[in-house]
Design a protein around this ligand. Sequence first.
Ligand code: C5P
Length: 401
Amino acid sequence: MSDGALPHAHRILVGVCGGIAAYKAAGLVSTLVQRGDVVDVVMTESAQRFVAPLTFAALTGRRVHTSLWDDPETIGHISLVRAAQIFAIVPATANVIAKLAGGIADDLLTNAVLAARIPLVVAPAMNMAMYEHPATVENVRRLRERGALIVEPASGYLAEGEYGVGRLADEDAIIAQIDAVLRHGRELRGQRIVVTAGPTREAVDPVRFLSNASTGTMGIEIAREALSRGAEVDLVLGPTQLEPPHGVRVRRVTTAEQMRRAVMEVADGAAVLVATAAVADFRPAVTFAQKVKKNEGAEAIALERTPDILEELGRQKNGTFLVGFAAETERLEENARLKLRAKRLDAIAVNDVSHEERGFGVGPNELTVLYGDDGRIPLGFGGKRELARGLWDAIEQIRRG
Ligand code: C5P
């Protein structure tokens, strides 16, 4: 059993795939039902070869969903996910993980996952070689990037008679993940949040531009965390390879001016705006219409200032809680406090980018939040997902006053 009962019964959707571990899903569903949760079960066709739908029907006291074509009068996969708070796939086979990574929807379970805007917990179970195959590794990574919580398989005895990784995680571990998601604060429910992320690009000519090393990772994690706390999220995103989380409204932009326009369109009425974007401070004063040739290359590129988006928002100040980021290489907090005041922000997160292993990119980071005259909340050193959680906790603490 998991640690302690939750205050309310939850509506949990469990997807069962066709692996030997499918029988273990029956134990998990039984535990959830016994503690008061309402559980709906979706089974793939091959799952039904391992365990009969009747088992789950008896355990849940509810009809088990096995086909897109069960109920011609309702759109089954839509109503199932609308009713649920969380979707757990136990066990998830290599095949279903691959289909989900590729967005394929060819049965009830995969359609339901695509239609879901609720948190997704995926507990893989398969043969070790299949789990370690580069295709599966890549597919799991893609799901994780989109915000799915992966409950890592354990090492141990596998059904084929060998020992290795691939065994379905213990029931306790899966339920702990489900509970962590369910317990997670919903304090941003009903609030609209705007996040800016990524670099901007300022064209020199049709093939060259000025930009910086920002990847957008921090802002994407902040948007993801706001979404999981129940917010409606607008993400204004500069050029990046990263995939923004499903469920966030994304506006892609290239230049600082485009970012400014997109932000102004969505900023009005937002409860909080978090500006993580590394907006170019300067752009070429002239953009050449044709590619500049070597032999006619200019000695220098004349630059002009780009609009300071956050400063403009600070001047308007119409109830939105404004959070800036300061990437500094020296006198971090002193410089950040100056920025906090000059831009009339409510809080600023300071980021030491002088260390090679911190700051830009997907690696870890270290943040401290400054607010008011001398308010200071250190978030410490950690992964960007953890820091995004810490940042939202800090924002909530400051907003509560
Ligand atoms: O002044 P500085 O560029 O260091 O300020 C950083 C903060 O201001 C970040 O939150 C960044 O997103 C925002 N900013 C902006 N528009 C600019 C430059 C920075 O919104 N042109």
